[in-house]
Design a binder for this molecule. Structure first.
Ligand SMILES: Cc1cc2nc3c(=O)[nH]c(=O)nc-3n(C[C@H](O)[C@H](O)[C@H](O)COP(=O)(O)O)c2cc1C
Length: 193
């Protein structure tokens, strides 16, 4: 189901939905392919696509939660039952989780920083493409995006980094506004038109 809200109206209210507020249904395989086709239309200096996606669905989310728990217990054998449950349910908070993986590295022409920024653009575009198909989404990282022992569980290779884990699903929660920066705090005007 695509939404046909005007772009300016969308940008005026665009918000993430916290992962715990995401439920079934999630996007189908066909919808995910459309979401990803929209997503890859990002600025990318040199057209080198220095990023890739790992689409995590179904039982794989459960396996990843169990792997997260095993690793969390290895680090802290006294982990409380509540925190153990946080780990086992980490990836099942949403029907679909997409890992946006940055492949940024040394390149003959394109600075690594620009490759990293392109991965950030991908993450935001993935949130917006999900919204365009009527789904809510949340860009998280959390410890599982950084732990060198967990990254192989996700399928992230040596030299790659997780730019974001994008949780996608449906929601019944109304969006709640959050404070935005005052323009005066973040904008410097120079010259006059
Ligand atoms: C790179 C990145 C990583 C983030 N990781 C987390 C996280 O691990 N946990 C969290 O609660 N929020 C995290 N956030 C913030 C959430 O995405 C948050 O919901 C978002 O800032 C809401 O903004 P929005 O409503 O304007 O989309 C992260 C944001 C970014 C850009």
């Amino acid at each position: 189901m695509t939404t046909d809200i005007k772009l300016i109206d969308y940008l005026n209210v665009r918000r993430s939905t916290p992962a715990p507020q995401l439920t079934e249904p999630g996007p189908s395989r066909e919808e995910l392919e459309e979401i990803l086709r929209l997503t890859v239309r990002v600025p990318d200096h040199g057209k080198i696509a220095p990023w890739r996606f790992i689409v995590i669905r179904g039982e794989e989310r459960v396996r990843l939660g169990e792997a997260a728990l095993a690793l969390a217990l290895k680090k802290n054998p006294d982990l409380s039952a509540d925190f153990q449950s946080v780990e086992t349910t980490r990836f099942t908070r949403a029907p679909v989780v997409i890992a946006v993986v940055s492949k940024a590295g040394p390149h003959v022409k394109i600075p690594e920083w620009e490759q990293v920024m392109s991965a950030g653009a991908v993450c935001l575009n993935l949130l917006m493409a999900s919204n365009a198909l009527g789904y809510a989404a949340n860009w998280l990282t959390e410890w599982v995006s950084y732990d060198p022992e967990f990254l192989p569980e996700l399928g992230v290779k040596d030299g790659e980094k997780v730019a974001g884990l994008i949780y996608i699903g449906s929601t019944t929660f109304p969006p709640v506004e959050r404070p935005r920066p005052e323009l005066a705090e973040v904008v410097t005007w120079v010259g006059e038109a």
